[in-house]
Design a protein around this ligand. Structure first.
Ligand code: VTB
Length: 330
């Protein structure tokens, strides 16, 4: 048999692509236990605790660069927190242990536990602020969309690139009053608007999944969610442009500290995720992307999607977890 030489870092990265599945699985199961109980904070905390516990078992020297918030407001998985056994590669980590806390609290579709991992210094270190975003799936010429162009123009350009009428385009946006003008502009072109109450990491990813029928993401959402979505698109292809919304002196100071020289900069995917990365998400409640956690009599079932940019491989891991008590605690 010919021997295959694999660089140690490369091998570890391959191993980590399966290891991070455990991290999101555990976070999803822990928060799913509180699904529908109206407890936003408690379900988020359960996800954070489980994710942190699992991350600290990984052979990595990790730094949380996108987390639950600043050190003074987030006791765990705060921006700058070190995680992992330290015996391993230096990595940047972006987490949203429970993306869609309200969705989980109300047991509505689309809550996920999600994470992205990349070589240290390659993920955008963004504060917990808003971000303007536009995204489409793969297969279109570069420059098909532009964050600074009006929404109707982006719809027309995308329809042309897709070879369809604007009325055959569907845009996805967070259902927020701040999007009234964009929604009106999109509808004026004849395109359809799909509104989500939360969960715009999945919202962006939907653009790259033909089965969802979503063509374009538009609007303003969280910056942490923007970086996570960029990591996913880095793996599966697509275009995305973003800009941080830095509208207070405090945020201006914080972005300076984080090394962001131009707070008005327009980011492409490669500026937010500057190298190869891993992305994983496990469904908490069922949604278009993932099934939610199912609690059976003896088995807990989870569905996770894990992506790797080096190869563009997307794996869907359907797991059956036994040993209930142990699963909850270890
Ligand atoms: C989005 C969405 C999140 O926050 O980023 C949104 O993906 C943005 O903030 O699930 P507002 O809710 O203030 O509009 C969430 O809805 C919650 O984190």
């Amino acid at each position: 048999m010919p021997s295959i030489t694999v660089q140690p870092e490369f091998l570890l990265e391959r191993v980590l692509s399966l290891e991070i599945v455990r991290v999101t699985e555990r976070a999803a199961v822990s928060s799913a236990r509180l699904r529908g109980h109206g407890k936003d904070k408690a379900s988020d905390q359960a996800a954070v605790d489980a994710m942190r516990r699992e991350l600290n078992k990984l052979p990595i020297d990790g730094t949380v660069v996108i987390g639950e918030g600043e050190i003074d407001e987030a006791p765990m998985l705060f921006i700058g927190e070190k995680v992992g056994t330290k015996n391993g590669p230096k990595v940047d980590i972006a987490v949203d242990p429970l993306e869609g806390t309200t969705l989980c609290a109300k047991n509505m579709p689309g809550a996920i536990a999600t994470i992205a991992m990349a070589e240290a210094g390659t993920l955008l270190h963004a504060p917990d602020c808003y971000m303007q975003k536009i995204a489409i799936g793969p297969g279109y010429p570069k420059g098909t969309i532009d964050l600074d162009a009006p929404a109707d123009e982006n719809i027309m350009r995308l329809a042309k690139a897709k070879g369809v009428k604007p009325s055959e385009i569907t845009a996805i946006l967070l259902d927020r009053p701040r999007h009234a003008d964009i929604i009106a502009a999109v509808r004026k072109t004849g395109a359809a608007v799909s509104l989500i109450s939360d969960g715009d990491v999945a919202g962006v990813i939907h653009c790259a999944e033909p089965k969802t029928g979503i063509d374009i993401y538009l609007g303003v959402g969280g910056a942490p969610e923007g970086v996570l979505a960029a990591a996913a698109l880095r793996c599966i292809g697509g275009q995305m442009q973003t800009r941080l919304i830095i509208d207070t002196e405090q945020l201006r100071e914080r972005t300076r500290q984080m090394g962001i020289k131009d707070p008005r900069r327009k980011y492409e995917i490669e500026d937010m995720v500057r190298g190869d990365c891993l992305f994983a998400a496990t469904g908490v409640t069922s949604g278009a992307m993932l099934s939610g956690v199912k609690f059976g009599k003896d088995v807990i079932e989870t569905e996770t999607v894990v992506m790797r940019s080096v190869t563009g491989t997307v794996r869907r891991v359907m797991a059956e977890h036994r040993q209930f008590e142990k699963f909850h605690l270890d």
